[in-house]
Design a binder for this molecule. Structure first.
Ligand SMILES: Cc1ncc(COP(=O)(O)O)c(C=O)c1O
Length: 373
């Protein structure tokens, strides 16, 4: 196990800024930058040694506890969600259950008229979405529950195991957008009964944009035809005999790679794999413990200053996100930025999102500066 404090050295951003915005777009750790630079340097000379580069499927599979062949490469979360929406079929009168706290990409794919499915929004009460709400909304006409594991504004964390039980009791499936939780919160898709999961790497996974993953439970793959098909969708044997591409017959891959279409962003995955391995080496349970301690400190201090916090307090629903209400949020976020403190203005407030390499001292500095601006 690695020493968390020693790892701060690997984050060049810490030398000039207090970066508390991992729910938006994260700065690259030095080893991730180095790997991408090396890739480009090798490419310039055309000396790429393919055996030294990985697309990170193995690391991602380790992160969510599944098999490598249950993972497809996707450029981002929204693509993953669109694939999920379009591999399923929706009988007349069927529904998809989600919440009224979702990021647009978690809902828009199912609003496409051609799918012909009704959407049911479980309403939040004071920023929390109850299991009873899901139990009322899901019925035998439900095809899917689609949620973000962690909601993007207030950081409310759903209990995936409870959601999958509700879905499966009605022969429905569970799809999870994990972009706001992976890299922070341990996930075991098998134990928690998750059927689909997707995430980009550019937030909490500390990788570059352009690299993302889609998990599809193995026994679902063969029955779910890909909505888009290209050279990458077929069995490896087909392109192993590359001198002769069979184009009169489609031999789809029997693994999740059937959802891949064409050339992935090699440079992005060169960085993503290093980022995923860095997080796995630190250990996600340790990362989560550190982040929960920083967010508790943050919420306690904000409460002392009299701010209204919209992030639910129960630890079972907490994540890396803390949101509180403030007037002129955009202006205040900009003033904080001028002081070298990076946060986001969201929903009439400020969203703060520390990662494991942030310190108590940085959280204190944020709170003190906020009190002045
Ligand atoms: C919950 C959630 N899902 C999806 C996205 C967008 O993901 P991507 O850009 O990978 O499609 C965001 C970005 O903020 C998000 O917060």
């Amino acid at each position: 196990m690695l020493d968390i404090d020693a790892l701060r050295d690997k984050f060049p951003v810490t030398r000039s800024k207090v970066f508390l915005n991992h729910a938006a777009y994260s700065p690259l750790p030095q080893p991730v930058f180095d790997a991408m630079k090396q890739y480009n340097a090798d490419l310039c000379r055309f000396e790429i040694d393919e055996s030294t580069y990985s697309f990170g499927k193995e690391s991602f599979a380790n992160l969510i506890h599944c098999r490598e062949d249950e993972i497809a490469l996707v450029p981002n979360t929204s693509t993953g969600l669109n694939i999920i929406a379009n591999v399923l079929t929706y009988p007349p009168g069927s529904n998809v259950v989600t919440t009224d706290l979702e990021y647009p990409s978690v809902v828009y794919p199912w609003l496409k008229k051609a799918l012909g499915v009704n959407i049911r929004y479980v309403k939040n009460v004071d920023g929390q979405v109850s299991i009873d709400g899901f139990m009322e909304a899901v019925d035998d006409e439900t095809v899917l529950i689609a949620v973000s594991h962690v909601e993007y504004v207030n950081g409310f964390k759903h209990d995936l195991r409870q959601l999958s039980e509700i879905a499966h009791n009605h022969d429905a499936l569970l799809a999870v957008d994990a972009i706001q939780s992976l890299g922070v919160i341990p996930i075991d898709v098998q134990n928690e009964g998750v059927d689909f999961l997707t995430a980009s790497c550019y937030k909490w996974l500390l990788g570059p944009a352009g690299a993302g993953y889609l998990y599809v439970r193995r026994d679902l793959v063969k029955d779910l035809d890909p909505p888009f098909i290209g050279w990458a969708s077929v069995k490896p044997e087909v392109f192993d005999t590359i001198d002769f591409w069979e184009i009169r017959h489609l031999d789809l891959s029997e693994t999740a790679s059937r959802y891949e279409i064409g050339c992935p962003s090699f440079i992005s995955y060169a960085g993503a794999d290093v980022a995923l391995r860095l997080l796995l080496d630190v250990g996600i349970p340790r990362i989560y413990a550190k982040i929960l301690s920083l967010t508790k400190q943050l919420m306690d201090s904000l409460e002392d200053l009299g701010f209204s916090i919209t992030t639910p307090r129960p630890s079972s629903h907490r994540s890396g996100i803390v949101h509180f209400l403030i007037d002129e949020a955009q202006k205040k976020a900009e003033r904080l930025k001028r002081q070298g403190i990076i946060v986001s203005a969201r929903s009439n407030g400020i969203r703060v999102a520390p990662h494991f390499y942030n310190t108590e001292e940085e959280v204190r500095r944020f709170v003190e500066t906020l009190a002045k601006v």
